[in-house]
Design a protein around this ligand. Structure first.
Ligand SMILES: N[C@@H](CCC(=O)N[C@@H](CS)C(=O)NCC(=O)O)C(=O)O
Length: 218
Protein backbone atom coordinates (compact mmCIF):
# COMPACT_ATOMS: atom_id res chain seq x y z
CA UNK A 1 0.00 0.00 0.00
CA UNK A 2 1.28 3.48 -0.83
CA UNK A 3 -0.70 6.43 0.49
CA UNK A 4 0.53 9.95 -0.16
CA UNK A 5 -1.34 12.94 1.24
CA UNK A 6 -0.72 16.31 -0.41
CA UNK A 7 -1.47 19.18 1.92
CA UNK A 8 -0.28 21.50 4.64
CA UNK A 9 -0.56 20.76 8.36
CA UNK A 10 -2.18 24.16 9.06
CA UNK A 11 -5.04 23.63 6.59
CA UNK A 12 -8.38 22.84 8.20
CA UNK A 13 -9.48 20.42 5.46
CA UNK A 14 -6.11 18.66 5.59
CA UNK A 15 -6.49 18.28 9.36
CA UNK A 16 -9.89 16.70 8.78
CA UNK A 17 -8.16 13.86 6.89
CA UNK A 18 -5.16 13.73 9.26
CA UNK A 19 -7.57 12.97 12.13
CA UNK A 20 -8.90 9.98 10.19
CA UNK A 21 -5.40 8.73 9.38
CA UNK A 22 -4.17 9.19 12.94
CA UNK A 23 -7.30 7.63 14.48
CA UNK A 24 -6.54 4.38 12.67
CA UNK A 25 -2.75 4.73 12.67
CA UNK A 26 -2.84 4.40 8.90
CA UNK A 27 0.68 4.76 7.43
CA UNK A 28 1.05 7.51 4.83
CA UNK A 29 3.54 9.99 3.46
CA UNK A 30 2.75 13.70 3.87
CA UNK A 31 3.76 15.66 0.77
CA UNK A 32 3.84 19.19 2.14
CA UNK A 33 2.41 21.87 -0.13
CA UNK A 34 4.57 24.91 0.45
CA UNK A 35 7.06 26.98 -1.56
CA UNK A 36 9.83 25.01 0.21
CA UNK A 37 8.74 21.94 -1.78
CA UNK A 38 8.19 23.10 -5.39
CA UNK A 39 8.22 19.49 -6.60
CA UNK A 40 5.14 18.74 -4.45
CA UNK A 41 3.38 21.88 -5.72
CA UNK A 42 4.06 20.85 -9.33
CA UNK A 43 2.88 17.26 -8.86
CA UNK A 44 -0.23 18.37 -6.97
CA UNK A 45 -1.16 20.92 -9.66
CA UNK A 46 -0.79 18.23 -12.32
CA UNK A 47 -2.95 15.75 -10.43
CA UNK A 48 -5.62 18.28 -9.37
CA UNK A 49 -5.72 21.48 -11.42
CA UNK A 50 -8.08 23.11 -8.89
CA UNK A 51 -5.10 22.94 -6.50
CA UNK A 52 -7.24 22.31 -3.45
CA UNK A 53 -5.84 20.41 -0.51
CA UNK A 54 -6.05 17.70 0.72
CA UNK A 55 -5.43 15.30 -2.13
CA UNK A 56 -4.77 11.63 -1.43
CA UNK A 57 -2.88 9.49 -3.90
CA UNK A 58 -3.45 5.78 -3.34
CA UNK A 59 -1.10 3.62 -5.38
CA UNK A 60 -1.07 6.34 -8.03
CA UNK A 61 -4.83 6.97 -8.02
CA UNK A 62 -5.84 10.49 -6.94
CA UNK A 63 -8.74 10.92 -4.53
CA UNK A 64 -9.86 14.49 -3.89
CA UNK A 65 -12.21 16.17 -1.37
CA UNK A 66 -11.71 15.55 2.35
CA UNK A 67 -14.99 13.72 2.90
CA UNK A 68 -14.40 11.43 -0.06
CA UNK A 69 -10.85 10.75 1.09
CA UNK A 70 -12.18 9.63 4.48
CA UNK A 71 -14.85 7.52 2.73
CA UNK A 72 -12.06 5.99 0.63
CA UNK A 73 -9.94 5.24 3.69
CA UNK A 74 -12.93 3.64 5.46
CA UNK A 75 -13.75 1.51 2.42
CA UNK A 76 -10.28 0.53 1.21
CA UNK A 77 -8.02 0.87 4.26
CA UNK A 78 -10.33 0.30 7.24
CA UNK A 79 -8.93 0.33 10.76
CA UNK A 80 -10.27 -0.33 14.25
CA UNK A 81 -12.06 3.05 14.39
CA UNK A 82 -15.07 2.92 12.05
CA UNK A 83 -15.47 6.47 10.82
CA UNK A 84 -18.50 5.54 8.69
CA UNK A 85 -20.95 3.33 10.61
CA UNK A 86 -21.90 0.02 9.03
CA UNK A 87 -25.55 0.65 9.90
CA UNK A 88 -27.01 2.48 6.89
CA UNK A 89 -29.23 4.87 8.85
CA UNK A 90 -26.44 5.78 11.24
CA UNK A 91 -24.18 6.38 8.23
CA UNK A 92 -26.71 8.82 6.74
CA UNK A 93 -26.73 10.78 10.02
CA UNK A 94 -22.93 10.92 10.01
CA UNK A 95 -22.85 12.13 6.40
CA UNK A 96 -25.55 14.72 7.10
CA UNK A 97 -23.59 16.23 9.98
CA UNK A 98 -20.38 16.13 7.94
CA UNK A 99 -22.17 18.32 5.36
CA UNK A 100 -23.36 20.69 8.10
CA UNK A 101 -19.80 21.26 9.33
CA UNK A 102 -18.36 21.75 5.82
CA UNK A 103 -21.14 23.94 4.46
CA UNK A 104 -22.20 25.96 7.49
CA UNK A 105 -19.04 26.17 9.62
CA UNK A 106 -16.00 25.72 7.34
CA UNK A 107 -17.43 27.71 4.43
CA UNK A 108 -18.35 30.85 6.43
CA UNK A 109 -15.13 30.56 8.44
CA UNK A 110 -13.09 30.48 5.21
CA UNK A 111 -15.11 33.41 3.83
CA UNK A 112 -14.09 35.55 6.82
CA UNK A 113 -10.44 34.47 6.64
CA UNK A 114 -10.06 34.87 2.87
CA UNK A 115 -11.82 38.24 2.90
CA UNK A 116 -9.25 39.51 5.40
CA UNK A 117 -6.38 38.90 2.96
CA UNK A 118 -8.05 40.78 0.12
CA UNK A 119 -7.00 44.33 -0.61
CA UNK A 120 -9.27 47.02 0.88
CA UNK A 121 -11.18 47.68 -2.35
CA UNK A 122 -11.93 44.00 -2.97
CA UNK A 123 -13.43 43.23 0.43
CA UNK A 124 -17.01 42.03 0.80
CA UNK A 125 -18.36 43.37 4.13
CA UNK A 126 -21.91 42.13 3.45
CA UNK A 127 -20.65 38.62 2.67
CA UNK A 128 -18.57 38.64 5.85
CA UNK A 129 -21.52 39.81 7.96
CA UNK A 130 -23.66 37.03 6.45
CA UNK A 131 -20.90 34.52 7.21
CA UNK A 132 -20.76 35.64 10.85
CA UNK A 133 -24.53 35.33 11.11
CA UNK A 134 -24.41 31.85 9.57
CA UNK A 135 -21.82 30.76 12.13
CA UNK A 136 -23.90 32.08 15.04
CA UNK A 137 -27.02 30.32 13.72
CA UNK A 138 -25.11 27.06 13.25
CA UNK A 139 -23.60 27.31 16.75
CA UNK A 140 -27.12 27.64 18.22
CA UNK A 141 -28.40 24.66 16.20
CA UNK A 142 -25.41 22.56 17.20
CA UNK A 143 -25.81 23.54 20.85
CA UNK A 144 -29.21 21.84 20.98
CA UNK A 145 -27.98 18.81 19.06
CA UNK A 146 -24.97 18.37 21.35
CA UNK A 147 -26.96 18.67 24.59
CA UNK A 148 -26.98 14.90 25.09
CA UNK A 149 -24.18 13.75 22.84
CA UNK A 150 -20.50 13.16 23.36
CA UNK A 151 -19.73 13.14 19.62
CA UNK A 152 -21.61 14.76 16.75
CA UNK A 153 -23.36 11.62 15.42
CA UNK A 154 -23.06 8.44 17.48
CA UNK A 155 -19.52 7.17 18.05
CA UNK A 156 -16.50 9.21 16.93
CA UNK A 157 -16.88 9.41 13.15
CA UNK A 158 -16.38 11.30 9.91
CA UNK A 159 -18.70 13.96 11.37
CA UNK A 160 -16.24 14.65 14.19
CA UNK A 161 -13.29 14.69 11.75
CA UNK A 162 -15.19 17.49 9.97
CA UNK A 163 -16.19 19.22 13.18
CA UNK A 164 -12.80 19.42 14.86
CA UNK A 165 -10.85 21.77 12.55
CA UNK A 166 -14.06 23.59 11.54
CA UNK A 167 -14.94 24.58 15.12
CA UNK A 168 -11.27 25.06 16.01
CA UNK A 169 -10.77 27.84 13.48
CA UNK A 170 -14.35 29.14 13.47
CA UNK A 171 -14.04 29.98 17.16
CA UNK A 172 -10.95 32.04 16.33
CA UNK A 173 -12.85 34.21 13.83
CA UNK A 174 -16.32 34.22 15.42
CA UNK A 175 -16.06 33.16 19.06
CA UNK A 176 -18.58 30.58 20.25
CA UNK A 177 -20.53 32.47 22.92
CA UNK A 178 -21.07 31.33 26.49
CA UNK A 179 -24.73 30.70 25.65
CA UNK A 180 -23.51 27.78 23.50
CA UNK A 181 -21.92 25.86 26.38
CA UNK A 182 -22.50 22.47 24.71
CA UNK A 183 -20.60 23.51 21.58
CA UNK A 184 -17.77 24.95 23.66
CA UNK A 185 -17.53 21.71 25.66
CA UNK A 186 -17.64 19.64 22.45
CA UNK A 187 -14.81 21.74 20.98
CA UNK A 188 -12.79 21.07 24.16
CA UNK A 189 -13.48 17.32 23.85
CA UNK A 190 -12.29 17.40 20.25
CA UNK A 191 -9.10 19.26 21.25
CA UNK A 192 -8.41 16.61 23.89
CA UNK A 193 -9.03 13.72 21.48
CA UNK A 194 -5.55 12.32 20.62
CA UNK A 195 -5.83 12.26 16.79
CA UNK A 196 -6.90 15.92 16.69
CA UNK A 197 -4.55 16.95 19.50
CA UNK A 198 -1.71 15.56 17.37
CA UNK A 199 -2.85 17.46 14.27
CA UNK A 200 -3.14 20.70 16.28
CA UNK A 201 0.33 20.22 17.78
CA UNK A 202 1.89 19.55 14.39
CA UNK A 203 0.28 22.73 13.04
CA UNK A 204 1.38 24.87 16.01
CA UNK A 205 4.63 26.08 14.35
CA UNK A 206 2.56 27.61 11.53
CA UNK A 207 0.19 29.74 13.63
CA UNK A 208 1.88 32.93 12.49
CA UNK A 209 0.38 32.16 9.06
CA UNK A 210 -3.17 32.79 10.33
CA UNK A 211 -4.16 36.01 8.54
CA UNK A 212 -6.33 37.39 11.35
CA UNK A 213 -3.76 36.58 14.04
CA UNK A 214 -4.02 33.39 16.09
CA UNK A 215 -5.31 33.90 19.63
CA UNK A 216 -3.00 32.97 22.49
CA UNK A 217 -4.88 29.80 23.46
CA UNK A 218 -5.73 26.27 22.28
N1 LIG B 1 -14.14 20.99 -0.66
C1 LIG B 1 -12.73 20.81 -0.40
C2 LIG B 1 -12.22 22.10 0.26
C3 LIG B 1 -10.74 22.11 0.37
C4 LIG B 1 -10.20 23.49 0.68
O1 LIG B 1 -10.90 24.51 0.69
N2 LIG B 1 -8.90 23.52 0.95
C5 LIG B 1 -8.22 24.77 1.15
C6 LIG B 1 -7.30 24.67 2.37
S1 LIG B 1 -8.19 24.46 3.87
C7 LIG B 1 -7.34 25.03 -0.04
O2 LIG B 1 -6.93 24.14 -0.73
N3 LIG B 1 -7.05 26.30 -0.30
C8 LIG B 1 -6.14 26.65 -1.35
C9 LIG B 1 -6.79 27.52 -2.38
O3 LIG B 1 -7.93 27.95 -2.16
O4 LIG B 1 -6.15 27.76 -3.40
C10 LIG B 1 -12.52 19.59 0.50
O5 LIG B 1 -13.47 19.19 1.18
O6 LIG B 1 -11.44 19.00 0.48
Amino acid sequence: MSLRLFGHPFSSYVQKVLIALYANETPFELCILSPDHPENLAEHAKLWPLKRMPLLVDDGRPVMEATTIIEHLAAVHPGPVRLIPTDARAAVDVRMIDRVFDNYVQTPMQKIVFDSIRSEGERDPRGVADARQMLDTTYRWLDERLAKREWAAGDFSLADCAAAPALFYADWVQPIGESCANVRAYRRRLLAHPPFARAVDEARPYRALFPLGAPNRD
